[in-house]
Design a protein around this ligand. Structure first.
Ligand code: AMP
Length: 471
């Protein structure tokens, strides 16, 4: 078994690692650190949770140990797709340079240029940046990349998803041809392969198993759920979400709840809060200080439920997440792997729950094909009643303190949003016990409750006893 002391890392770095409590290098660290220290290019195929941040930060600090930074000419550059990931790399860097004297600057959007300019002016050893903000600084003439000796690209596949590849290519072109490149991606899409072929020179390739293939730590399950009516789906899913959380009891110390759409992230957090759950949203439309505050709150336990979008949560290293809840089945199977990888980290146990509505079954099948296992089905914890009344189709009638109906959500409904209630509505009602007598020819309104018939649109119901459970 490789030890950190076998890896030729600087003594001060080893001391910081010991303080962090790491006993031995993870496979990506054992594989990537030696070639990186030899000055070779590295292609690491690994995702968050594998210890990949330290696999480039530790050699970077060791290599930069000698020499001094010059004004406006950083000696190394770490590119990250999101602000949060960049901030996290910066935190790692601070922890591992505890005993070293290296300087860094974090260039991310949402933070004033002035402060960042001052740091760059003084000269930094490591520049940690998102591509857009880095290029902004460059274009303002405040930054020279010709002194970059080592360039790190982290989460290249997410850069691809976010459309940053042209920026990355441009940044590569602004750095010296002689630089050393450490390049990390969870997957090797053809476009990523092309970039690595163009900009890396005879890299040492290290590939580590994906989180989904080492899932013994994560207990996965999915609830197959069909709303009593299409326009009730959001409300009923959120009710189911609360039931799933409640069912976990004390085992759920905190959770990241993933939604596919930003609007749903907000609705979900708002709804949970309304019902007394300590929840906050995080997504790309929130300003940077709010995102940081929410993340800090989640890390220190003042926020228990983090409702998140994929981009905002990607790569976040939050130790001790007991649960990941997929409020929506992700549209890309890969995202399932990334999402559930937020729990069960560093050998701990984790639980991943998911809600799957009928139209997501294809996506669920794609996930199962990717992870090469079936996600076990679990019972809906809500009492199942006969679907005779829209308000109690998934359990007891709604609370009388129900908030106002969700007009916003309606306009942001999923792919089926253009379908009217007509045909689909009847189909939904058919989900109950077989109709005897009129069979398929029964007009759908007959299957509706009295309240439904009084208020066929539902969402503008003046009587909150019959409307949705939250805003
Ligand atoms: P990363 O994949 O870089 O996001 O790291 C995932 C988590 O593993 C972080 O919380 C790190 O602090 C932790 N970690 C990194 N390297 C080690 C190690 N060698 N031993 C134990 N934990 C580690």
């Amino acid at each position: 078994m490789t030890k950190f002391t076998d890896l030729n890392l600087d003594k001060k770095v080893l001391q910081a690692i010991a303080d962090a409590g790491y006993e031995e290098p993870t496979p990506i660290q054992a594989g990537a650190i030696p070639p990186a220290l030899e000055g070779k290019d590295v292609l690491g195929i690994a995702q968050t949770g594998t210890g990949k941040t330290a696999s480039f930060t530790l050699p970077l600090i060791t290599l930069l140990g000698r020499g001094r930074a010059r004004a406006r000419m950083p000696r190394s550059l770490v590119l990250c797709p999101t602000r949060e990931l960049a901030a996290q790399v910066a935190e790692n860097f601070d922890a591992y340079t505890k005993y070293s004297k290296l300087t860094k600057a974090l260039l991310i959007g949402g933070v004033s240029f002035k402060e960042q300019d001052q740091l760059i002016d003084r000269g930094v050893d490591v520049l940690i940046a998102t591509p857009g903000r880095l290029l902004d600084h460059f274009e303002r003439g405040k930054l020279l990349l010709t002194g970059v000796q080592i360039m790190v690209v982290d989460e290249a596949d997410r850069m691809l998803d976010m459309g940053f590849i042209p920026d990355i290519e441009r940044i590569f072109g602004l750095t010296p041809f002689t630089r050393q490149t450490l390049f990390f991606s969870a997957t090797m899409a053809p476009e990523i392969e092309r970039i690595t072929n163009t900009f890396l020179s005879a890299p040492a390739k290290i590939e580590v198993a994906r989180a989904a293939t080492t899932s013994e730590n994560i207990t996965q399950s999915v609830v197959m759920f069909k709303a009593s009516r299409k326009d009730r789906e959001g409300t009923e899913k959120r009710k189911l979400l609360r039931a799933l959380i409640d069912k976990e009891g004390d085992a759920c110390t905190n959770a990241i709840i993933f939604c596919n759409r930003k609007s749903d992230v907000d609705i979900c957090a708002k709804s949970l809060k309304k019902y007394g759950y300590n929840a906050s949203p995080i997504h790309g439309d929130l300003d940077q200080s709010k995102r940081m505050e929410t993340l800090d709150g989640f890390r220190n336990g003042t926020v228990k439920f983090l409702c998140a979008s994929d981009v905002a949560a990607r790569g976040l290293d939050i130790p001790n997440v007991s649960h990941v809840i997929n409020f929506d089945v992700p549209g890309h199977a890969e995202d399932y792997v990334h999402r559930i990888g937020r729990t069960g980290r560093a050998g701990r146990k984790g639980t991943a729950l998911m809600i799957c509505v009928p139209r997501d079954e294809k996506n669920l099948a794609d996930i199962e094909a990717l992870v090469e296992q079936e996600v076990p089905r679990t019972e809906n914890p809500l009492p199942q009643k006969q679907k005779t009344n829209k308000t109690d189709a998934v359990g007891a009638p709604e609370k009388s303190d129900a908030p106002k109906p969700e007009t916003k959500e309606k306009s942001e409904a999923g792919p089926n949003k253009k379908r009217g209630r007509g045909g689909r509505g009847r189909k939904d009602h058919d989900a109950g016990p077989p109709q005897i007598g009129m069979g398929d020819h029964m007009p759908s309104f007959i299957a509706l409750s009295f309240a439904d018939r009084l208020n066929p649109k539902g969402e503008n119901d003046p009587n909150p006893a019959f409307v949705s459970d939250e805003t």
